[in-house]
Ligand binder design. Structure first.
Ligand code: C5P
Length: 220
C-alpha cells in the first residue's frame, strides 16, 4: 500500500487521537493531533491573559510541533516551551472552542497542517480535516459514538490522569463543545460527503483501528 493521508474527524471523545496513534504506529506513519494545536493556542491565551483576537492570531506564529513516527504523542511547543502536559486541563477544554472559532487562528493552523501532510504517510485527527484541511485525503473517516459512551471514555481517561471528574459533568462539557464546534461559521465540525461514518460505540480502540485499516486496504 502506498503512503496514504488519512483524515479522522469526529466529535469530542470518539477516540480519534487514541485510534490515530494506533494507526500511525501500525502503519509507520506520522500522527498530527490538530486539536493539540488549538489547545496550545488556548493554553497560551489563558496563561498570558490575551483576549484581543488580533493578538491571538499573531501568537499562532509561536506554535511549533514535533511530529515523529516513533513518538507516542506529538509534542507541542509555544515559543520553544513544551506545553504538551498542560493541554488537557478543564480550563483549556472549556475555552478551546472559542479560540478555534477565530478565522485567523484557523487559517494559520490549516497552513501548518497542510505543510505537515504534504508528503503523505500521515494520520491527522480533528474536526475539519476531511472538509477543509485535506479535501483530497486518501481516506476520510468520521468517527463517532453516543455522547454517553464518549463521556464515559473521556471520564476514565481524565480520572486516570488524576483529574476529579464525573461522567455527567463530562457529558455536559462534550455536548456543549460539540454544539459550538458544529455551529461555528468557519469550518464547522461536519462529516465530509465522501467520508466513511464509523460508529465505534461497540468497538475497542484496536478494533476501530482494524476497521480503518480494512477500509484503507479496500481502497488501495
Ligand atoms: O481533538 P480535541 O478534543 O483535542 O480538540 C479540541 C478542540 O479544538 C475542539 O473541540 C475544537 O474546538 C478544536 N479543533 C478544531 N479543529 C480541529 C481540531 C480541533 O476546531 N481540526
Amino acid at each position: 500500500m502506498r503512503k496514504l493521508s488519512i483524515a479522522i474527524d469526529g466529535p469530542a471523545g470518539a477516540g480519534k487521537s487514541s485510534v490515530s496513534k494506533i494507526l500511525a504506529a501500525r502503519l509507520g506513519y506520522a500522527y498530527l493531533d490538530t486539536g493539540a494545536m488549538y489547545r496550545a493556542v488556548t493554553y497560551e491565551v489563558l496563561s498570558k491573559g490575551i483576549f484581543d483576537e488580533m493578538e491571538i492570531v499573531l501568537m499562532t506564529n509561536k506554535i511549533d510541533m514535533e511530529v515523529k513516527p516513533d513518538k507516542d504523542a506529538m509534542l507541542v511547543f509555544v515559543d520553544g516551551e513544551d506545553v504538551t502536559p498542560f493541554l488537557r486541563t478543564a480550563d483549556v477544554s472549556a475555552h478551546v472552542s472559542w479560540v478555534s472559532a477565530m478565522a485567523g487562528v484557523r487559517r494559520a493552523m490549516v497552513k501548518i497542517q497542510r505543510k505537515q501532510a504534504e508528503k503523505g504517510g500521515i494520520v491527522l485527527d480533528g474536526r475539519d480535516i476531511g472538509t477543509t484541511v485535506l479535501p483530497n485525503a486518501d481516506v476520510k473517516i468520521f468517527l463517532t459514538a453516543s455522547a454517553h459512551t464518549r463521556a464515559i471514555r473521556r471520564c476514565m481517561e481524565l480520572a486516570a490522569a488524576g483529574q476529579d471528574v464525573t461522567p455527567e459533568g463530562i457529558e455536559e462539557d462534550i455536548k456543549k463543545r460539540d454544539y459550538q464546534d458544529s455551529h461555528r461559521a468557519v469550518s464547522p465540525l461536519r462529516q465530509a460527503d465522501d467520508a466513511v461514518l464509523l460508529d465505534n460505540g461497540d468497538l475497542t480502540l484496536e478494533e476501530t483501528a482494524d476497521a480503518i485499516i480494512s477500509i484503507c486496504r479496500e481502497k488501495f
